[in-house]
Ligand binder design. Sequence first.
Ligand code: NAD
Ligand code: UGA
Length: 407
Amino acid sequence: MQVTVIGTGYVGLVTAIGLADAKHDVVCVDLNKERMEQLAQGIAPITEEGIEEALQKNQSRLTFTTEYPLSDLYLVAVGTPERADGSCDLSAVQAVVKLIHSIQPDAAVVLKSTIPPGTTESLQEMYPSLRFAMVPEFLREGTAIRDMRNPHRVIIGTHDQGLAESLADLFKTNAPIVHVDPTTAELTKYAANSFLAVKISFINEIARLADIVGADVEDVAHGIGLDPRIGPAFLKAGAGYGGSCFPKDIAALTTLAQRQGEHLHVIEAADRTNEAQLEYVLQKIDPRPGLRIALLGLSFKPGTDDLRDAPALRLAERLTKMGVIVTGYDPAAKTLLDQKKTIEEAVAGAEVAVIMTEWDDIKHVTPQQLTANMKTARLIDGRNCWAFVDEPGDVQYEGIGRPGKTF
Ligand code: NAD
Ligand code: UGA
């Protein structure tokens, strides 16, 4: 089958690679000409494990262009960012669907972008000749290729039986395929992200209490996670969640509900707790003008250079406003901060180092590397990940919710 993917970012590119793996010819379309020229040369625009190899392997099946071709199937994976009022900006999705309709009025259109419940139905009403399905994406950045190859489920939301069958075939997998209506598919995506965010904020609250009562949140998380009704995932306490999706999806869902006169209390609380968590890290730092701080890890999570809504950048902004002198280090992400090439350079002369992203080299920074370079070897572990927590040497260590390990 010849498939066109519109929007060649994390979701579009990774989906295109998956389809090419399954021997489909895929045309990738994007507004960003430079991105498409680079991709045509096999250069990936994003940092993701295995992506360059996957691009090379599928070179003959993937075409990159800024022009819309005629196609059997259009997959839409353009961005749906947050508007200033918290709602979801659907302008790119709407523009793309309008263009598809002008080229091929009876095309099958599969929406992969995260779009608020009701969006597909209203697009279907606006363009009755197009055949719509909503198939949400669940990949994580940093493990995108792996997640795409091993999904936990495929949700297919459409009223079109023929299209549902073609899509089940197209996204063939050993994982369960769940057939639903488009609005249910849309809400399933938001519910999944919101639930994961709630889990993180839940454990972050427990971490704060652990600091007060003198317990270790890592052991608490392990203890509760062994219950299969709770599960171990997404119970890592730290500086809070960031990224291109949790914050904006929660804003979109809570805004949508509020406009219908409904409050999603639990989800709104998760968001407030997340904001407060960064303040909590700030409190631990005890900032003052002139203090020298090194932020270790800047991307919103390891394995990616994505800086969208990165907690490290939000923290850097707060610190800089307070007159703190901030340097940064990240093995992949590039920022406008005073960023150094090595951990040693970043911590040189610093009074506090704060781990904000659990990259491997940051997890394994040795007590010696810190004490030899810092003015005072004080480490705040905003991801509870430091490998030397049990043998910190002369490093004054403080995690989040691990008061037993404090200096
Ligand atoms: P992205 O910003 O990486 O990529 C979006 C791409 O769309 C960009 O390359 C941009 O140039 C292109 N684009 C924008 N408007 C366009 C237009 N009118 N025509 C053609 N191309 C256009 O975004 P992303 O992270 O891949 O996210 C895409 C969607 O998938 C969002 O709705 C997001 O919420 C959702 N999602 C993202 C992830 C993730 O891990 N990043 C996971 C699941 C779902
Ligand atoms: C998340 C979801 O996990 C994906 O399933 C979803 O497809 C995607 O959003 C999306 O819709 O875009 P992603 O944002 O790439 O994926 O990364 P996560 O691994 O979920 O991490 C998000 C944030 O939560 C990171 O800042 C991470 O540090 C933080 N986190 C994660 C914690 O603080 N604790 C945890 O236990 C897990």
